[in-house]
Design a protein around this ligand. Structure first.
Ligand code: PMP
Length: 406
């Protein structure tokens, strides 16, 4: 007898949805497609040689540590290296404030496990990162949304919102829009969350990928400035970082920086999930921090991605100046395009793939209510400037001029 699996699956699976992006990436990976859909680092900037050398060193010198089980909290020297990074920015962090994770995506999952109850109200930006929605939807929270403009989250709207227990913020080069939370809004956000007694999850994977403009302090740095030595007792920001964008996503190493009670509870949750993050991966990262490889590769990354961002903005100006508006990201991997006419970007995608071999992610994937139908996310990190130019020209040729509402 065939098994009716749908009656066997746990109730929470009804909230699990395939990520539109992951599905799309399967098609977009075809070599004949110019893909603006993914969010990957460019393959040519991955430091393959450096990782090979570090791996060999580690295996020869400390192979029995690297191939052994490790602590759930993470490899202690790497925790200390990360804590030191934040101390240099005024956050009084120790190793007890750092948990190493399997990428920051696991940080999102663990936050859900230890801090989100069914029915809790969570405030997320609209649009927001799909991976956070995937991690938290099965927990059946009540999502509230807040809009963003070219200065990031519209922080002034918070005061008029219903109560929420946690807000999820992407302050730098937000995925999907590429916008950055203005310096002037950051302190207001931290103070308003403290006044409400809520928590902030600050997801900051693109922090180091800035190509123009001035950096503002992280929310957790602002909070530490306000709280001083009391930060570990009174801090309300849980910060997620990752080596996926500055080193290599395949190593799957990210971190959580938070007050130690949060780290202790997340460590317990991690034990039940995967025991610990790969020791070999963590030791490779640690060695590449020590040898300053990550730091020394950053100028090249910024130059390659900055040139690609400029290529995309220039191509949009040349081919879509009349029919669309777009964001001007100072960093990260994406920009956000809004078509002026009445064209559904999810419908247009079929035609773009079929006729023009172009992929992008339709805007509705990033909204809880399925809005964003005239919007799309465009990734600029994976294609050469020439392919970007060609791809935008092809995409623009699909947009009928009569659809343009001036
Ligand atoms: N948060 C955001 C905003 C992201 O864009 C990504 C990667 N696309 C992640 C978290 C997860 O990254 P990783 O698990 O590789 O660190």
């Amino acid at each position: 007898m065939d098994i009716n699996w749908s009656s066997r699956f746990a109730n929470r699976t009804q909230y699990m949805q395939a990520s539109a992006i992951r599905e799309l990436l399967k098609v977009a990976a075809r070599p004949d497609v110019i893909s603006f859909a993914g969010g990957l680092p460019a393959a040519e900037v991955l430091p393959v040689e450096e990782v090979a050398v570090a791996t060999e060193n580690i295996l020869r010198k400390q192979g029995r540590v690297a191939l052994q089980y490790g602590a759930s909290e993470g490899y202690a020297p790497l925790r200390e290296q990360i804590a030191a990074m934040y101390r240099a920015h005024g956050v009084p962090a120790t190793v007890d404030n750092i948990l190493l994770t399997n990428g920051s995506q696991q940080g999102l999952d663990l936050i859900g496990r230890v801090l989100i109850n069914e029915g809790d109200s969570l405030l997320v930006e609209a649009p927001t990162y799909v991976g956070a929605l995937q991690a938290w939807r099965p927990l059946a929270p009540n999502f509230l949304t807040i809009s963003i403009d070219d200065q990031g989250m519209c922080v002034d709207e918070i005061d008029s919102l219903d109560e929420f227990s946690l807000t999820y913020v992407l302050p730098n080069f937000q995925n999907p829009t590429g916008v950055t939370l203005a310096g002037s809004r950051r302190e207001r956000l931290v103070r308003s969350i403290h006044a409400r007694g809520a928590l902030i999850v600050e997801d900051d994977p693109y922090h180091e990928l800035r190509y123009s403009g001035q950096a503002s302090p992280s929310l957790i740095e602002i909070e530490a400035q306000i709280l001083g030595a009391d930060w570990n007792k009174r801090g309300r920001v849980i910060y997620l970082g990752t080596f996926s964008k500055t080193l290599a996503p395949g190593l799957r190493v990210g971190w959580v920086l938070a007050p130690d009670p949060v780290i202790t509870m997340m460590t317990l949750a991690k034990q039940g999930t995967d025991l610990h993050t790969s020791m070999l991966s963590q030791m490779i990262v640690s060695e590449l921090i020590d040898g300053r490889t990550i730091e020394q590769n950053l100028p090249r990354l910024r130059s390659v991605y900055g040139t690609r961002r400029d290529a995309m903005v220039n191509a949009l100006q040349a081919f879509m100046g009349d029919c669309a508006t777009w964001t001007h990201p100072d960093g990260g991997l994406f920009l956000w395009l809004t078509l002026k006419g009445d064209i559904d970007t999810a419908v247009l995608l079929d035609q773009a793939l079929e006729e023009k071999k172009i992929a992008y992610v339709p805007g509705n994937a990033f909204y809880l209510d399925g809005s964003g139908t005239h919007e799309m996310r465009l990734n600029f990190s994976c294609m050469s400037p020439a392919r970007i130019h060609e791809g935008i020209e092809r995409l623009a040729s699909l947009i009928p001029q009569q659809s343009i509402v001036q």
